[in-house]
Write a protein that binds this ligand. Sequence first.
Ligand SMILES: Cc1cc2nc3c(=O)[nH]c(=O)nc-3n(C[C@H](O)[C@H](O)[C@H](O)COP(=O)(O)OP(=O)(O)OC[C@H]3O[C@@H](n4cnc5c(N)ncnc54)[C@H](O)[C@@H]3O)c2cc1C
Length: 488
Amino acid sequence: MTVLSPADSAITDQLISRLRDIVGAENTLTQDADTVAYTTDWTQQHAGAAIAVVRPANTDEVSAIVRLCAASEVAIVPQGGRTGLCGGGVPIAGQPSVILSLTRMNAIRSLDSEGRTVVAEAGVVLETLHERALEHGLIFPLMFGAKGSCTIGGNLSTNAGGSNVVRYGNTRELCLGIEAVLPDGSVINALTGLRKDNTGYDLKDLLIGAEGTLGIITAAVFKLFPDPAARATAFLSVTSMDAAIGILNTIQDRTGGAVEAFEYMPRQTVDAILNAFPDMRPPLQEPAETGILLEVASSRPADAQVMEDGSVRFQNDLMDILAELIEEGFVLDAMLARSEQQRRDLWRMRESTLEAITGFGPSYHLDISLPLANISAFIEEIDTAARELGFLPLTVGHLGDGNLHYALAAAEGSVWEELPLEKIGTIAYDALIRLNGSFSAEHGIGQSKLQVMKKLKEPAQISAMRAIKKALDPLDIMNPGKLLPPEI
Ligand SMILES: Cc1cc2nc3c(=O)[nH]c(=O)nc-3n(C[C@H](O)[C@H](O)[C@H](O)COP(=O)(O)OP(=O)(O)OC[C@H]3O[C@@H](n4cnc5c(N)ncnc54)[C@H](O)[C@@H]3O)c2cc1C
């Protein structure tokens, strides 16, 4: 792969001119003022240089760009909505690259409301897909705070998770097929939407979660689901994390597996959000040490029945379950959203977490998963160690699927620059491995987790991944320096 220097300006000029031939001058950005937004990632931790930002309109143009870059051995960085949190969507330092932005490929090619599938291009913004599905009485259940900016190409490439994984799975489980451009420019079209297709290696599953290192996803077929007729959303104060897991199981059993979200929101995190957004109201009068945002949903019309007193049957059923859990001493207090506005307020609070934490000052973030049975041991151990070292834990989590976003800020009286980040990182990752967890649950590896990948991922698995990368991308042009740690 070519690492271009200023002396190579003749090569870059020629490349840029040919890129213009493919996508047009207006879609080939080269001036710093135009490219700067594309070269820095959401976290502001990673920035790289772009030879050009190109914005193709269709798969043929993507293929032509990839062929051109392969012939010139120039690196390509695929990019969606730039909301990734690991620096995967921007070039690495010292490696000027062609940034291939998929945002113009934003068509929903077809929606089959009977077959409950949709074919969408990579640049479709997640929220747009939500809206289009709803027009047909269906939902696309992938849900998280960045929904207004992230794209489905980025969601697939990071195998994004979010709040509803407990019921519907990660992006991988929602995808039935993809169209993609491989590093040699060839196009694979697997958009049949078949639910059964055992015809060899599943290339779709290889490209999902590959963070753009094996090719560029240009479109995908997704499953859609019925829009729930009734929802019940509540904020609970529960006695302990161990109790929370039992509560999840009880509610799953009693509702026939209707839990759509089970989000861990401890007191410090809720306090930080309420401080950052003074217009938000605390969900409970007495703050919950262990708070849970719970949502259950049903597509059975009978559950949506409005009772004589104006209440909704499904919400009353949840209240009955919660009343029993209060009587049994597992739940201390609960607030049920009785209006769509109250539900939205609860979700706004949850989805503002990252913004509130980043507004708090510098912070250290772990995106980890653990077996449900080991979550309370992890939190107890690391919260204690972190507090002793002068940190303030600001955790939030998709508890229903064992995923914690464990963040640490400076506690009152601590100076961030003096805090032992490396030490707390080692303590946390040691505990994580001992408790059978994963060091990246849903954000991926990108650039920011290469060291931990090298240290903690089984060597045999890294070797197999390298072999796949070399077979598909022998020139290492496809998003180099991401996901796989350097060999030396
Ligand atoms: C406020 C906030 C909340 C978040 N919450 C969650 C959450 O709950 N769960 C979760 O999983 N993530 C979460 N994220 C992370 C992020 O939103 C997801 O990783 C998202 O899927 C990235 O999509 P994107 O379009 O922004 O991708 P980008 O950031 O542009 O790219 C991400 C990676 O995918 C690659 N890529 C992008 N498009 C393509 C393509 N078409 N083909 C091949 N490779 C491609 C890029 O090269 C890069 O490696 C959150 C982020 C923010 C800012």
